[in-house]
Design a protein around this ligand. Structure first.
Ligand code: 0XW
Ligand code: MG
Length: 369
């Protein structure tokens, strides 16, 4: 038995290396992350994290994460720290929704559980199928020649998949950007265009039609699943749903509606590793390829992404994305998570396999015991 003895919350600003990071509806220079440190009555420490991409990317924001965790944390002291599913059910009884905040607790408990049993998180999640995971790169909104240059450089660095941001401007520019990206990519990496909900139905149809000869996937073209459903039959490209799934229920609904060919799964948006196991298995049951990624985050979120991604059936894993290469100072000075030659290595140590240095995790904002 191992019980939760103490929960501490920290917040930290993560400046974006090479920023600003620009999408159709959001431009950011730094991200506020929330780090959870949970200590067990057996003297082990587990780490969790959640880092919403500003307050408008999703129904999630940094102050919301802190408030939601503060609401739940006093009631979690004494809960079984090696039983993340039990604690997820407990959290669901304490607070409706707010999956992204629950995710930070859940990740910390998986880290603790791994340390308790002397196992890697990926092995507790069912077993690692691979220990090197193909990486994708996201190129921000830009002019066609700028975007083409970055696409070319990133493919040369080894990235297996390139996502270019589009939307929020004249669709003629987006058409030029997709064409310029394809001219340098030419199938050397898979290509994705992601307006992050920022296109009207007519704009999405125009982009797909004008680039019908280019094999790219169209990620979250419009704001809602219903909007995507309304244009699905007129889009010639495969559709990926990202922002619209905030729960297993949403994933099931997207599959039932037949609106997509795959998903972008963000670990914290879907509620952490416990929920992601169910999401992973449902996607596999319908042979739906998907990424494993997150909105942002330091080494803790990155490690959680890699442990889950390692357990995905390799033919269904459409690359992983972590913010690892946009982070100036890694929490773990030795095992900080970064892409190497187009791949991320799954950490090898027990639990999440990273050891955050306590002077790198920001300012404590709450403590419960
Ligand atoms: C490329 N990402 C995973 C990073 C940013 O959070 C946005 C995102 C996406 O696909 O929307
Ligand atoms: Mg996306």
């Amino acid at each position: 038995m191992m019980r939760i003895q103490n929960i501490q919350l920290f917040t930290k600003a993560l400046p974006i290396v090479g920023g600003p990071y620009t999408m159709s509806r959001v431009t950011l220079n730094e991200i506020t992350t929330t780090i959870v440190r949970i200590e067990s009555d057996t003297g082990l420490v587990g780490w969790g994290e959640v880092a919403p991409l500003g307050p408008t990317y999703q129904p999630a924001h940094a102050l919301g994460a802190v408030a939601a965790i503060k609401e739940m944390a006093p009631h979690l002291i004494g809960a079984p720290a090696h039983q993340p599913l039990t604690v997820m059910r407990l959290m669901n009884g304490l607070l409706e929704g707010h999956n992204y905040a629950k995710a930070a607790i859940d990740i910390a408990l998986w880290d603790l559980t791994g340390k308790h049993y002397g196992a890697r998180v990926c092995d507790l999640l069912g077993g690692a199928e691979q220990n090197r995971l193909p990486a994708y790169y996201a190129v921000g909104i830009g002019a066609p020649d700028e975007v083409a240059k970055i696409v070319s450089d990133k493919i040369d660095m080894g990235y297996k998949r390139i996502q270019i941001k589009v939307g929020g401007r004249n669709v003629a520019t987006d058409i030029d950007v997709v064409r310029a990206a394809w001219d340098v990519c030419k199938g050397r990496a898979s290509l994705v265009a992601d307006p992050n909900r920022g296109m009207l139905a007519a704009q999405a149809k125009a982009l797909s039609l004008a680039c019908a000869d280019i094999p790219f996937s169209f990620e979250q073209p419009c704001n809602t699943m219903d909007e995507i459903a309304s244009i699905r039959s007129q889009i010639v490209h495969p559709i990926i749903v990202d922002e619209s799934t905030e729960s297993l229920h949403d994933v099931l609904r997207a599959i039932e509606m037949g609106i997509c060919d795959g998903f972008g799964f963000k670990v914290t948006r879907l509620g952490g590793l416990t929920n992601m196991m169910a999401v992973r298995d449902v996607a596999a049951s319908r042979a739906m390829p998907h990424t494993v990624e997150d909105s942002w985050g330091g080494d803790i979120v990155s490690a959680a992404i890699l442990h889950l991604a390692a357990t995905v059936e390799p033919r269904l894993l459409d690359c992983v994305w972590t913010a690892g290469n946009y982070i100036e100072e890694h929490y773990d000075p030795e095992n900080g998570i970064k892409m190497k030659d187009g791949y991320f290595d799954v950490p090898t140590g027990v639990g999440l396999g990273i050891n955050p240095s306590e002077d790198r995790i920001g300012r404590m904002v709450a403590s419960f015991d």
